[in-house]
Ligand binder design. Structure first.
Ligand SMILES: [Cu+2]
Length: 138
């Protein structure tokens, strides 16, 4: 009887697992862009310093803090990219989904903790007109 219950619950759970995977795929459908944050030689950094994405792109920023202190990732002031502040503790990774606007633009993305942006924690996020992979630009 216990075996039967186990089998039944397995059969019941299998479709759920499939649905969970399917929705994960949909959410994570965007391109992943890995960014490393940290400190080095008395400065603080994001790498890469410039990120270029096509208009309307759905991307997931994967921010890895390889430093020894908290860092932030944000671009939320008026006219910026609309990325809410997120704190990445040292040694941790945080993911942020973001959709590029339909028009080309350039935004700063930065760490807003006191002194960090001035110490170098800012990258440039460029949104450009671009043919999809495999397409020939006009
Ligand atoms: Cu920082």
């Amino acid at each position: 009887m216990i075996k039967l219950i186990g089998l039944v619950s397995l059969l019941l759970l299998a479709p759920l697992a499939f649905v969970a995977c399917a929705s994960l795929t949909a959410v994570g459908g965007g391109q992943e862009i890995v960014i490393v944050a940290g400190e080095r030689d008395g400065k603080m950094y994001f790498e890469p310093e410039v990120i270029t994405v096509p208009v309307n792109a759905e991307v997931t920023f994967v921010i890895k803090n390889e430093g020894t202190m908290d860092h932030e990732f944000e671009s939320i002031e008026k006219g910026e990219a609309g990325i809410q502040e997120i704190i990445i503790p040292p040694g941790r990774t945080r993911r942020v989904n973001w959709t590029a606007p339909s028009e080309p633009a350039t935004y700063p993305v930065y760490c807003d903790l006191p002194g960090h942006r001035a110490a170098g924690m800012e990258l440039t996020l460029q949104v450009v007109e671009q043919a999809a992979p495999g397409e020939t630009p006009p």
